[in-house]
Design a protein around this ligand. Structure first.
Ligand code: BG6
Length: 474
């Protein structure tokens, strides 16, 4: 393992900060999402309704506790912290000309606090937090004008923090929106809710095209602000395995992977894969895509690939395969994999899949990879101020071991690893507090009750040792 390996943790503004209407912050798309559960989808409401509970409004009040929390991250020895800048703290509505100084100051203070402990901020520009106003007024990323609004936001923060932040990520899990049947993804990626009269896939490609252009432009302009910037993309990396050696299963798995890798293909190579252009032609799609757009794509390719890794999928056309009917992923070819276990939330546990996918990405792109999320969502039991989270330690241990093998034996260039939800956040997909990820327990429940007091879990000390020994104890 390299000496400067970036061990750390990851969070996102809307899942931890709270203070949703403090310091001039505007309403974001996450602010209109209610709480759900594994079996009950989060609702996306038309504005904020007094009768509903919105868990992201208060989060875990990282906004008010960040000094205490950063101190705990430092105690664990974090080399970096991945978080996002809430767009709505900087441009509350998204279409203002001047930024909100109070929001900018908050991140100045947060980054200073991190740097004081030698913790490098790794910053995501868009992590499901676009201004709600941009949805209501412009239709979200359906609208080309979003490119300019995003550019203004990105350049404002890159200028402001050019001496504090080196690692940037543009759009979190940009490929989530390829899952068309669950509204949570088009909403959080693009601020879009499909109507019955449109071809979802065509709308999706249009929105993503605007995001690709915005991302490439930011990479290109970011380098002018500071040539040392390292700017990456984020792929939700989920291997697709064929259940059987039936050639139809193999082909299906390949197609699923291709659809996922389409996103990194464009970010990394700077142009659209020919087969997708062909598909659009065949389907009669008319995408708004100019020569100038295509030029920007080729000029703003990413420096590294950020991946989030939690699980693998298995697909099959075989009638005997056990269909998962996954509410979250909504794909009727997804089937149960008899060789892997799953979490209480139905996410498969597949450490080898991490090594497999690191190799696949390395073979395809030969770019540095940053694992910007990996973690174990679990309903921890809190007993007399203590959390014995041996299941989490086991999960992380197994995944880190596979990452190490990929680095040491397979020669994959992994530059860092940040554990998702290093302090218990609000779950993105369910809005629950109960689905915990942290090394630090936060006293808050699904209904928003609790003291918000922080407690170290057993995994806290364990991860401290991993970092201290640069992973050699794994
Ligand atoms: C990723 C997101 O999809 O997975 C995070 O980038 C999210 O925002 C994480 O929290 C885990 O998902 P969940 O639904 O368990 O919180």
């Amino acid at each position: 393992m390299r000496d400067n390996f970036l061990w750390g943790g990851a969070i996102a503004a809307h899942q931890v900060e709270g203070a949703w209407n403090v310091g001039g912050k505007g309403v974001s798309i996450a602010d209109v999402m209610t709480a759900g559960t594994k079996d009950k989808a989060r609702k996306i409401t038309d504005g904020i309704l007094p009768s509903e509970y919105y868990p992201n409004h208060d989060g875990i009040d990282f906004y008010g506790h960040y000094k205490e929390d950063v101190k705990l991250f430092a105690e664990m020895g974090f080399k970096c912290l991945r978080t996002s800048i809430a767009w709505t703290r900087i441009f509350p509505n998204g279409d203002e000309v001047e930024p909100n100084e109070e929001g900018l100051k908050f991140y100045d203070e947060l980054f200073d606090e991190l740097l004081r402990y030698g913790i490098e901020p790794v910053i995501t520009l868009a992590h499901f937090e676009m201004p709600y106003h941009l949805v209501k007024e412009y239709g979200g990323w359906r609208n080309r004008r979003l490119i300019d609004f995003f550019k203004r936001f990105a350049i404002t923060v890159m200028e402001r923090y050019k001496d504090k932040v080196k690692y940037w990520l543009t759009f979190n899990e940009i490929n989530n929106q390829r899952i068309l049947d669950n509204p949570i993804y088009s909403w959080t990626n693009s601020g879009i809710i499909y109507t019955d009269n449109e071809t979802k896939l065509e709308t999706m490609y249009q929105a993503v095209h605007y995001q690709f252009v915005a991302s490439a432009w930011v990479v290109k302009e970011g380098k002018k602000i500071n040539p040392d910037f390292q700017i990456g993309c984020v792929l939700a990396a989920t291997p697709n395995y064929p259940l059987t050696s039936d050639p139809a299963d193999i082909l299906l798995a390949q197609k699923e992977d291709d659809q996922q890798l389409f996103f990194t293909d464009v970010h990394v190579r700077g142009h659209y894969p020919k087969r997708f252009v062909k598909e659009w032609e065949n389907k009669g799609y008319h995408l708004d895509m100019t020569e100038e757009d295509l030029k920007i794509l080729s000029e703003g390719t990413v420096d590294y690939i950020g991946i989030t890794y939690y699980l693998s999928n298995t697909v099959s056309v075989r009638p005997e395969a056990k269909c998962l009917n996954d509410v979250l992923l909504g794909n009727d070819t997804l089937v149960e994999n008899p060789y892997v276990q799953a979490t209480e939330w139905g996410w498969s546990i597949d450490p080898i899949g991490l090594r497999y996918y690191l190799n696949l990405l390395n073979n395809r792109y030969e770019l540095p990879i940053f694992i910007v999320e990996n973690g174990f969502g679990y309903a921890d039991t809190f007993e007399n101020g203590h959390v014995y989270d041996k299941e989490r330690i086991e999960y992380l241990q197994q995944h880190i071991a596979q990452m190490k093998t990929a680095i040491v034996e397979d020669g994959v260039d992994v530059i860092g690893y940040t554990v998702w939800g290093c302090i218990d956040p609000i779950s993105f997909t369910t809005g629950e507090m109960k689905k915990r990820y942290g090394f630090i327990y936060v006293d808050r429940d699904n209904q928003g009750n609790g003291t918000l007091k922080r407690y170290k879990k057993d995994s806290f000390e364990w991860y401290q040792q991993v970092i201290k020994t640069n992973g050699s104890n794994i």
